[in-house]
Write a protein that binds this ligand. Structure first.
Ligand SMILES: C[S@@+](CC[C@H](N)C(=O)[O-])C[C@H]1O[C@@H](n2cnc3c(N)ncnc32)[C@H](O)[C@@H]1O
Length: 442
């Protein structure tokens, strides 16, 4: 039994938000060990310490490889050694071009209007390496990764080699690394998680165009890797205007300004000048927030930009954003208790305000759980139309889990939309109200 806000909840209780499944309840993932020693210990425990290089080809007949994969032994038997098939389709002509961006090298720029959710590009990595190598650069422990990168590089096709060597490498310029191949991999790696590893699923992929995306603390695009097709899809998180730069986030965007600047400086050697870090006009929500949880966020807009005040206000908003899912759980459990004091409107307001504040901070990617909660609120009230409306929006969004989970999760939601009465929250609020009415006054 757990206690939430004084209410006792059994783990098998249907009111427990973990029974709602994705995206409210997300399967726990293996965490990246914090130090090189812990990483070594994890690999030792697994009895799988060896690293190899593997070439990925479209078919056994292909003469050159499209990707060089520095792979831990525990994954060697899990994925096909060769024969990945042709790459998945990508929009043609591409809705972007690679252009010089003042102060940040080159970047990806929209060449036409891109709709929210639209796929911008789907592409395969040229190099994949274990993320531990990007994090800890002690040659003694992980030098082997670097040697494998160099040894395997000639097996790539000529086009891939040229595309790779053309990528950004600011580390060599500072003298921290002496080798172009290694420097490029560290600067340009994007998360490519291989979920079939029970020990260390963390890898980074270097991509010909997606790695050109510059960072923003309120990114307008996201990238998701699909280990089944070995390809990453870049898609828009909100509408992108022609000429606008297409950006992703390199870091956790919920941490305060000072910390994220420090992280970007240490890992990527730049200070972020994006509009969310240095607003040129006061950041205004599209409407005032009504739910008490978000009240503090109302006190933040002036007529003129006072930069320290704006940064402070944004830090507060991001802190609230960081804790919002814990609060959402408490509200849900309370709302489903027979003694609930919360109106349906209050609960809906919390989630609607959350979506407004997320848009204000440019963090639209985090809306997905609120949309799912709103669907479940409708289910709990047996509002079939509402459940289908929010559920369809959820299905049309593009931030779905990676890999094999995707099909399973999508099927579950599609089944619920066909028959909302089998969804986990169906009628729960009405049941709680019924219980409340039948309970004699104390
Ligand atoms: C993965 S690369 C991005 C593409 C790169 N700009 C290029 O020319 O190929 C990452 C590097 O781009 C630069 N960069 C990315 N986002 C930036 C930003 N918002 N402001 C300044 N520089 C940025 C930094 O030098 C960073 O180390």
């Amino acid at each position: 039994m757990a206690s939430l806000n004084g209410l006792r909840v059994s783990q098998t209780d249907r009111t427990d938000p973990s029974s709602l499944g994705w995206p409210i309840h997300v399967k726990p993932v293996v965490q990246l060990p914090k130090t090189p020693e812990l990483i070594s210990a994890t690999l030792k425990r697994a009895g799988r310490q060896e690293l190899f290089f593997r070439t990925c080809r479209e078919s056994f007949q292909s003469t050159s490889a499209f990707c060089l994969w520095i792979i831990h032994e525990d994954l060697c038997d899990e994925y096909p050694p060769e024969g990945w098939g042709p790459p998945p389709e990508s929009p043609t002509p591409p809705p972007f071009s690679i252009e010089t961006i003042s102060g940040s090298g080159r970047g990806m720029v929209a060449s036409r209007f891109i709709k929210s959710g639209e796929t911008i590009v789907v592409e395969r990595p040229i190099v994949i390496y274990p993320i531990i190598y990007g994090t800890y650069d002690e040659r003694g422990v992980y030098g082997v990764v670097e040697d494998l990168l160099e040894a395997g590089f000639p097996a790539l096709g000529e086009t891939e080699r040229l595309l790779y060597l053309d990528l950004w490498n600011c580390k060599t310029l500072t003298g921290t690394l002496g080798n172009q191949i290694r420097g490029i991999s560290r600067m340009n790696g994007l998360c490519t998680r291989f979920t079939r590893s029970k020990h260390l699923p963390f890898y980074a992929g270097v991509f010909p165009s997606i790695s050109r995306c510059n960072h923003s603390c309120g990114p307008n695009a996201s990238a998701t890797f699909d280990e089944e097709t070995m390809a990453t899809r870049l898609f828009a998180r909100r509408p992108i205007a022609p000429g606008e730069q297409i950006t992703i986030s390199y870091i956790d965007t919920e941490i305060p300004y000072a910390f994220h600047q420090e992280e970007l400086k240490t890992k990527y050697l730049f200070t972020c000048p994006c509009n969310y870090c240095k607003p040129t006009k006061p950041t205004k929500p599209s409407r005032p927030f009504k739910h008490p949880y978000w009240n503090i966020a109302n006190q933040t807009t002036n007529k003129y930009v006072d930069l320290p005040a704006e940064i402070y206000a944004s830090d507060i908003r991001r802190e609230q954003i960081a804790f919002r899912m814990d609060h959402a759980k408490k509200l849900w459990v309370e709302w489903l208790s027979p003694s609930s004091k919360q109106s349906d409107k209050d609960l809906v307001q919390f989630h609607e305000d959350a979506m407004v504040i997320l848009a204000q901070e440019g963090l639209e990617s985090k809306r997905i759980s609120h949309i799912a909660y709103l669907a479940h609120v409708c289910a709990a009230l047996k509002d079939e139309g509402g459940f289908r409306r929010w559920g369809s929006i959820l299905i049309s969004l593009t931030g779905w889990p990676e890999g094999r989970d995707r099909l399973e999760v999508m099927k579950t939601w599609k089944d619920w939309l066909c028959d909302p009465t089998i969804s986990p929250a169906w009628g729960l609020r009405l049941m709680a109200r019924g219980k409340a009415q039948n309970t004699p006054p104390a």
